[in-house]
Design a protein around this ligand. Structure first.
Ligand code: NDP
Length: 282
């Protein structure tokens, strides 16, 4: 694949819908002006994808930031790509349909671009997937996918699914390179999207990344985000600071060499910053 060369470049998902390679995450950002301003700042600086979730309890502010941006920048809704996720407590056919309505109302939108099952709760995700398929069939969401699904969850889901998930959003960064899920995604047409791409800030002193960053005159965050894109991984770094929102998207003016990429790949140690999808309880 050719590495995307601008902030609004998109990947084509398995149903033909296109999704920006780079977006803004808003986990752990509470409702309020900081959130609204972060969303507005990102869109103003060229981001076109925003990733939220029902459980982040910030869909209303994300919606406000989107609405104000569309108006101020005179952009059509179709230019944006908005993702949300159904929370564990709402997994079930009727429950998930109802949760989707709440999400859409909070966001103030009449459709979503991507709706994900947030976690693979045993015994529940198949019914929720039927609901997502129904929402997709009705055109209320342009693409449907999953998050935190391991290979065995996907294999199980695919036994009954009528629609193959378009995306699997998983924890992925240089300390957790997720090769198994990337290979599976490639074989089955499921786009991988990295959450906590910066490992929530824990990689920002990593010596190998530091030396590569210095060599390119870039920051460690920029090197990681570039590594994602050169690997064909959609990525959604979170920041509420305008200068970092700009920094994280200023990655189209340099290229990591094959040797840089190999050095970063070699950092993998299967270490997570978030919960293990095979052993979570919430
Ligand atoms: P990230 O790996 O994106 O790291 C965010 C942290 O890094 C924040 O503390 C931020 O601080 C800081 N940061 C951002 N940019 C820079 C920079 N250039 N230099 C220095 N520090 C920086 O963590 P997240 O967990 O937020 O992951 C990203 C997104 O992924 C989430 O926001 C969410 O949308 C999604 N996600 C999905 C999950 C799922 O289960 N599906 C789970 C977790 C996340 P500051 O804001 O102060 O700049």
């Amino acid at each position: 694949m050719t590495t995307p060369n601008h902030l609004q470049a998109r990947t084509k998902l398995n149903n033909g819908v296109t999704m920006p390679w780079l977006g803004l995450g808003v986990f752990q950002v509470e409702e309020g002006s900081e959130l609204v301003e972060a969303v507005k700042s990102a869109i103003r600086h060229g981001y076109r994808s925003i990733d939220t979730a029902a459980v982040y309890a910030n869909e209303a502010g994300v919606g406000q930031g989107i609405a104000e941006s569309l108006k101020e920048l005179n952009l059509p809704r179709e230019d944006l790509f908005v993702t949300s996720k159904v929370w564990n407590a709402d997994l079930g056919y009727e429950e998930t349909l109802a949760a989707f309505d709440v999400t859409l109302a909070k966001l103030g939108l009449d459709y979503l671009d991507l709706y994900l099952i947030h976690w693979p709760v045993a015994g529940k995700y198949k019914e929720a997937w039927r609901a997502l398929e129904e929402l997709y069939r009705k055109g209320r969401v342009k693409a449907i996918g999953v998050s935190n699904f391991q290979k065995h969850h996907l294999e199980d889901l695919l036994q009954d699914a009528k629609v193959v998930p378009a995306v699997n959003q998983i924890e992925l960064h240089p300390y957790l390179s997720q090769q198994t899920l990337r290979d599976f995604g490639k074989a089955r047409g499921i786009q991988i999207e990295a959450w906590s791409p910066l490992m929530q800030g824990r990689l920002l002193d990593e010596p190998v990344l530091k030396s590569i960053a210095e060599h390119h005159g870039k920051s460690i965050a920029q090197v990681i985000i570039r590594w994602d894109l050169q690997h064909g991984i959609v990525t959604i770094p979170k920041s509420t600071k305008e200068h970092r929102i700009i920094e994280n998207a200023s990655i189209f003016d340099f290229e990591l060499s094959a040797d840089d990429m190999a050095q970063i790949d070699a950092l993998n140690r299967d270490t997570r910053v978030g919960p293990d999808p095979d052993n979570f309880d919430f």
